[in-house]
Ligand binder design. Structure first.
Ligand SMILES: [Zn+2]
Length: 300
């Protein structure tokens, strides 16, 4: 397949997913041709739709009737409407250290340590724990760290908004050859230099959160990690341990709920990391946060 074909296929899948996510079912249905077949196997290594049960195995007429049922508002399995479950199955982490302070000791040592943390943790038991959140055809499995940069501009001030984080990220992706283009597996981790407060949705770091993950138009997945300069975000831990704990929290949540609220998300308790906030354990030499397990019914 040529590079152009590949991009065209990816663009089409993004469009299809966005129309479905936003409930734009007329536009979604118009993407289907008359000989279309919509098949979601229920599992197994070599499923046969004629002999085994499938989650969906629809011809074009059945696709149309599903859309009609959805729009009737009386389809009982869709009250409330089900969420479309998006996952990052083989996460590829790229770290961005924002602010000139990262280039000097002692913070430059933290940069090395954080990158080493990702190299270890992405193939560790922490990711194995995420297996249970796999869906048919999308197994959550080990990932890798694909690179890292330090940037000094744009210059940071006492606080930075989420919009500015997104703007920086998009700018780096389009102009900096060292920054990989986003794929469905790419997760950018943005670390802010000490003393910078991050403001998202009217709330600020050290007051309402110690880090968060989010998405840009469902296509670019990222986490924003303010420096844990306050007691509330250190949780009694040394700075590096607080950073790995918070980073593991955002990592596991981004894998299981990359578009916040559309994946593994509980209306009362939030994402799998939120339920277990500040309960930590060690994997190898690293402090990580416990994560909720549906399978175990507790934080593990
Ligand atoms: Zn969280």
């Amino acid at each position: 397949m040529s590079a152009t074909d590949r991009q065209a296929v990816a663009d089409f899948l993004y469009l299809e997913a966005r129309l479905a996510d936003e409930g734009r079912y007329d536009e979604w249905e118009s993407l289907w041709t008359d000989d279309a077949l919509y098949w979601i196997p229920a599992g197994g290594d070599d499923p046969d739709p004629d002999r085994q049960l499938s989650f969906a195995y629809d011809n074009r007429a059945r696709i149309a009737s599903r859309v009609r049922q959805l729009r009737s508002g009386t389809h009982h399995t869709q009250v409330p409407p089900s969420r479309l479950r998006r996952l990052i199955a083989n996460v590829e982490v790229f770290t961005i250290f924002w602010g000139p302070v990262w280039q000097q000791a002692p913070n430059s040592a933290l940069v090395t340590q954080i990158n080493q943390f990702f190299e270890f943790i992405l193939t560790s038991a922490l990711i194995d724990q995420m297996h249970e959140y796999s869906v048919p055809g999308r197994k959550v499995a080990h990932g890798k760290r694909i690179g890292s940069i330090m940037i000094a501009t744009p210059k940071l001030h006492a606080s930075v908004t989420d919009a500015a984080v997104q703007h920086m990220l998009q700018h780096e992706i389009t102009t900096n050859a060292a920054v990989p283009k986003p794929t469905p597996n790419t997760l950018y981790f943005v670390y802010l230099e000490p003393g910078v407060k991050v403001v998202q949705g009217g709330a600020a770091s050290c007051q309402a959160f110690c880090g968060y993950h989010s998405d840009i138009s469902g296509q670019i997945f990222y986490a924003a990690m303010p420096f844990p300069g306050c007691a509330a975000c250190r949780g009694g831990l040394p700075v590096f341990d607080a950073l790995t704990s918070t980073s593991s929290h955002e990592l596991c949540e981004a894998i299981t709920d990359p578009i916040p609220g559309q994946g593994w998300y509980d209306d009362a308790h939030g994402e799998i990391g939120d339920i277990c906030a500040w309960k930590t354990k060690k994997i190898g030499q690293y402090v990580v946060q416990l994560e909720w397990s549906n399978h175990a019914g507790k934080c593990i």
